[in-house]
Design a protein. Structure first.
Length: 332
């Protein structure tokens, strides 16, 4: 293991977060078994007293989870010079078999964490804990993924050694290589770019449609469009956008975009995709809870705000990528 300060911080944060989330999950199981707002029992009073504390703790843990995704990728980038063959985070992640699984699981947990924060905020808008059971059911579903991510991350960092010879991003994301990165790089750039802009446009249109109509079907359409646009956006960045940024037809690394020589352009790109996906999916996820009387007026307003956020973020993502392509000196 390489005892870099960022590695220690990530491992310590994951260990503490896992402990707090296990405690919250235990409380959540108690809520699912015994919650009855009409009861004045000692159990119900105890659950009500603890739920604010638990929600606050989980909110802090999941907020840190979103920030630590950035720290994880940044740490992999900083460690790259320690490994022969690595040029950026791509090489560091390839230096151990658990690197890319840890990153993919981190992305999934980040989306689930964002959705839980949306549901938790919606629950706090009602005076009678209207969706507390759904909130803690989601937490119980999230906890195994969070624990698995902490374990994979620990295995990844434990397996890193400076003696390892790894691959550079040029070979990992090349058309002639092997593996998922090579498959993405081998996709036709025109098709990947077309899918990027088409799905982004559909997500923007779905967001505007929900803002205009407020219909449940429009919210669900926004959720689906947001998930598809986020996936197509990630593929499009690798297969279509990145060569224009690097001005090299064969360079398709999604991690070099996070470096200073490319103006850290990857950070706003990926933040827009992740934020748009969470906001759009969150707006759709809240639709079944509109039937609660205490949320009848506040929940539609929250959904519209989320729809606006998704619309703006996907629009910004498409605009930034288009600007990068237009201003590049690379010509197809």
């Amino acid at each position: 293991m390489i005892l870099h300060p960022a590695v220690v911080a990530l491992l310590a944060g994951s260990a503490l977060g896992s402990a707090l989330l296990l405690f919250a999950a235990w409380h959540g199981a108690a809520v699912l078994r015994g919650w009855d707002l009409a009861s004045g029992s000692a159990l119900q009073l105890s659950l009500e007293r603890r739920t604010y504390l638990i929600s606050t703790l989980v909110g802090l843990v999941l907020a840190f989870e979103l920030l630590s995704l950035l720290l994880f990728v940044r740490t992999a980038d900083v460690l790259a010079p320690l490994f022969t063959g690595a040029m950026c985070a791509a090489g560091t992640l390839a230096a151990d078999v658990w690197g890319y699984p840890a990153l993919l699981l981190r992305l999934l947990v980040a989306v689930l964490a964002g959705l839980w924060l949306v549901v938790n905020h919606a629950d706090q808008l009602g005076h009678d804990y209207p969706i507390i059971r759904a909130k803690y059911a989601l937490l119980l579903g999230l906890a195994p993924f969070f624990l698995a991510e902490a374990w994979l991350q620990a295995r990844f960092f434990a397996g890193l050694s400076p003696e390892v010879i790894t691959s550079c991003c040029g070979s990992l994301f090349s058309r002639g290589g092997a593996g998922p990165g090579a498959l993405l790089a081998a996709l036709p750039p025109a098709a990947a770019g077309g899918a990027l802009y088409l799905t982004s446009a559909l997500a923007v249109a779905a967001g505007l449609a929900f803002v205009a109509t407020g219909r449940s079907a429009a919210a669900l359409g926004l959720a689906v469009a947001s998930a598809v646009a986020a996936a197509a956006g990630l593929v499009g960045v690798v297969s279509f956008v990145s060569p224009y940024v690097y001005e090299l037809p064969a360079h398709r690394c999604p991690f070099c975009l996070l470096q200073a020589e490319y103006r850290w352009i990857g950070y706003p790109l990926y933040a827009a995709l992740l934020g748009g996906a969470v906001a759009g999916m969150g707006a759709g996820m809240l639709t079944p809870f509109r039937r609660h009387a205490s949320l009848a007026t506040t929940l539609p307003s929250l959904q519209r705000r989320l729809a606006w956020i998704a619309t703006v973020l996907f629009g910004a993502f498409a605009a930034i990528t288009a600007l990068l392509v237009v201003t590049s000196r690379l010509r197809s």
